[in-house]
Write a protein that binds this ligand. Structure first.
Ligand code: HEM
Length: 353
């Protein structure tokens, strides 16, 4: 395990030693050889191909409006309830965002959420549980079927999505399917965990929420500090392609190493108060989205969805938002709330007050 922030920041770029090419790894076995499991020119070619679908320009000019529309309608739907589980609300928000970004508008947000969880469980299934493996295969087959269906539509009527830009670039269906499954597996749980997690963190640190509501701090600062503090992706694996000496330890060719983002993001060498959720501290050294050629392709879309659209609207649309029971946080490789019960005032309540 590589645990120090500056070491991770350094070795992530040394792909000649720290390789993402892991043909025997669970992700490749179950989901195909996606761009995150490639190095060098092969990786960069696919990275360049998907860039138009997740570029800052496309996020700003195409996805942001769509994020705003479905967020307003989802919040308008839940508002009369007066209470709910923020993890469930976040599932729908992230599922709808991925339907747009991937191009799979023929899937429902529930199907995006179910297949994402099925693949995440499959990739963490080191015990080799046959049921988990079978469920993962069922999820990947379901996504493949929907990609085939949607590809026929998008060939005639292209859009800005991951599926469409890869089709237009002439990528093979195997490459396209592997990368779309990567986006669904990596693009549903993490933003979901961050939306529910940030609200929990702000409601359990009212002095931090007050900074945002008074304008002394921004929702983006809350986003950057929370993803540093909790590291939704706590670890990412690499395989040694050559021997490498790190602080006197030799990492041998063929060995697997874990880049511990969760540890690096609490490195006292880089952060003033690493153990504390504090919006006033400098979080710019955070490696929550990685630190090398595999830096998260969805970082821009996530920052826009969560900090520019969802958080300000959530606290605006759900007055007196408050915790309504115990929030449970789970996981280390993938870390976040499994439930965040909340309540808020409804029109009926404010009229009767
Ligand atoms: C807050 C939410 C998110 C977090 C914390 C996150 C975190 C990460 C991290 C740490 C990596 C790098 C892994 C490594 O170096 O091995 C990564 C890669 C990736 N992420 Fe995200 N991610 C998030 C949201 C998303 C979304 C919404 C999408 C899709 C639209 C996405 C798509 C990807 C892709 C395609 C890669 C691989 C990039 C490459 O190999 O070049 N992520 N993510």
């Amino acid at each position: 395990m590589i645990t120090r922030r500056n070491d991770i920041f350094d070795v992530e770029k040394k792909i000649a030693y720290f390789s993402s090419h892991q043909p025997d790894g669970l992700m490749v076995q179950l989901m195909g050889q996606n761009m995150m499991r490639k190095d060098g020119p092969d990786h960069m070619t696919e990275r360049k191909t998907i860039f138009p679908a997740v570029s800052p320009k496309t996020v700003k000019n195409v996805w942001k409006t769509e994020f705003e529309e479905f967020t307003d309608s989802i919040l308008a739907n839940v508002k009369p309830e007066g209470h709910g589980d923020l993890v469930d609300i976040a599932r729908q928000l992230c599922g709808d965002a991925l339907r747009a970004i991937t191009g799979l508008r023929n899937m429902t947000w529930q199907e995006i959420d179910r297949t994402s969880q099925g693949m995440i469980d499959g990739c963490a299934n080191y015990a080799g549980d046959k049921q988990i493996e079978a469920r993962c295969h069922d999820c990947t087959a379901f996504i493949d079927q929907n990609i085939d269906e949607m590809a026929n539509v998008l060939r005639d009527c292209p859009d800005a999505s991951l599926l469409s830009v890869q089709l237009e670039a002439g990528m093979t269906m195997d490459q396209i399917k592997a990368n779309i499954k990567l986006a669904i597996s990596g693009g549903q749980n993490e933003p979901r965990d961050v939306i529910a997690g940030i609200v929990w963190a702000l409601l359990t640190h009212p002095e931090q929420l007050a900074l945002v509501l008074s304008g002394e701090a921004t929702w983006m600062q809350a986003f950057e500090e929370y993803t540093r503090w909790q590291s939704p992706i706590g670890m990412s694996p690499r395989q040694m392609a050559q021997d490498y000496d790190l602080h006197g330890a030799t990492l041998k060719t063929g060995e697997r190493v874990f880049l511990m983002f969760g540890s690096g993001n609490r490195d006292e060498t880089n952060f003033a108060r690493p153990e504390f959720f504090d919006l006033t501290q400098d979080a710019s050294a955070s490696i929550a989205f990685g630190a090398g050629p595999h830096f998260c392709a969805g970082a821009g879309a996530s920052r826009c969805l969560i900090a520019e659209v969802v958080l300000p609207r959530l606290f605006e649309a759900l007055p007196n938002l408050r915790l309504n029971g115990l929030t449970e946080i789970g996981g280390w490789a993938f870390r976040g709330p499994t439930t965040t019960p909340v309540a808020w005032d409804t029109e009926a309540m404010s009229e009767s007050m």
